[in-house]
Write a protein of this length. Structure first.
Length: 281
């Protein structure tokens, strides 16, 4: 399948047409003068292993993996970085010395880099995460190791319990209870659900100084950010910065060069979103 293809980097997913990774990586390649041809590849649901093996046996040097294959990529990799081991999922693969495939996870460090850029996080902050899927799993380690106390709220309680028991060795993590809203002042709320349900939590109960980050992004404001703004919250951001930073950390793993992210974040915010600035203050 990949024998006569000219590209050596690609994002693999299903669906994958919506992916902005080819645009982001072409931009990074141009900016850094690194020859790197990046495409998107739609993978039939039962074919992940075969397609990835074929890619790396031919000219494939590096891959990004998106839904629903991050777990399969974790098992596909021959070796794993610590953050991939801890998050138990892989979004970046790299061929090393023509011998083995290294798996990494740059989602968590990507989110963390964006929270720092936005000034949305300090150590010892109280952070509420909505959701307990693969995305939540990927972001917990950097938050816990930074010293934040993390609370989880998810539609399926058993999934929150699984996350808490796996990650409690890395820091302070517990189940969110509604009574905590009266006792504690949350600094940051992260929406890590794929479909925010407004009945999950009453956003108007948070303080106006709380920051709200949606890992999702779309052309208009996301449903979650609309709900935050309707509840009077002003420190809000979509997940465009996370998307750019996770790509930048993948690029760094592949080429050992960290690209400049400022311009592309600004461009994406202007072209992809209604609001010109992601932080409305
Ligand atoms: N910006 C970025 O770079 C970036 C990176 C990674 C992910 N993301 C985004 O983050 C989101 C989550 O990704 P993921 O990989 O964690 O997905 P996932 O593994 O499929 O998990 C989905 C999560 O959303 C919850 N959920 C889904 N439908 C719901 C509903 N109707 N009501 C309440 N909760 C609902 C699920 O709850 P249950 O456990 O109860 O099913 C689960 O917690 C996705 O939209 C993805 O695009 C963005």
């Amino acid at each position: 399948m990949f024998k006569n293809q000219k590209y050596n980097y690609a994002v693999f997913g299903n669906p994958v047409n919506h992916s902005k990774s080819p645009n982001i990586h072409s931009y990074f390649a141009k900016q850094t003068d690194i020859l790197h041809i990046y495409k998107s590849v739609h993978v039939p649901l039962n074919n992940f292993y075969f397609i990835l093996r074929d890619f790396f046996q031919n000219q494939g040097q590096g891959a990004n993996i998106t839904a629903p294959f991050k777990q399969e990529a974790f098992f596909f990799a021959d070796k794993l970085t610590d953050r991939a081991k801890i998050s138990q999922s892989v979004n970046t693969l790299k061929k090393i010395d023509n011998k083995y495939i290294l798996g990494d996870n740059t989602d968590g460090i990507g989110l963390f880099s964006d929270l720092k850029r936005l000034n949305f996080i300090k150590c010892n902050d109280l952070v509420l995460i909505l959701g307990a899927g693969g995305g939540a799993k990927g972001i917990l380690f950097p938050l816990l190791s930074f010293g934040c106390s993390v609370f989880i709220l998810n539609r399926t309680v058993s999934k929150s319990q699984q996350l808490i028991s796996h990650f409690s060795q890395f820091g302070k993590i517990s189940m969110f209870e509604k009574c905590l809203l009266k006792e504690k002042k949350f600094n940051l709320v992260i929406n890590a659900t794929s479909q925010y349900d407004k009945n999950m939590i009453d956003l108007s109960l948070f303080s106006q100084s709380t920051c709200f980050y949606d890992m999702n992004y779309q052309k208009n404001n996301t449903y979650f950010l609309d709900a935050c703004i309707a509840s009077g919250m002003t420190n809000v951001s979509n997940g465009i910065g996370m998307l750019i930073f996770q790509a930048a950390h993948s690029f760094f793993l592949w080429h050992n060069v960290f690209p400049n992210t400022d311009d592309i974040i600004n461009t994406f915010q202007k072209t992809c979103l209604v609001h010109q600035n992601d932080v409305i203050k």
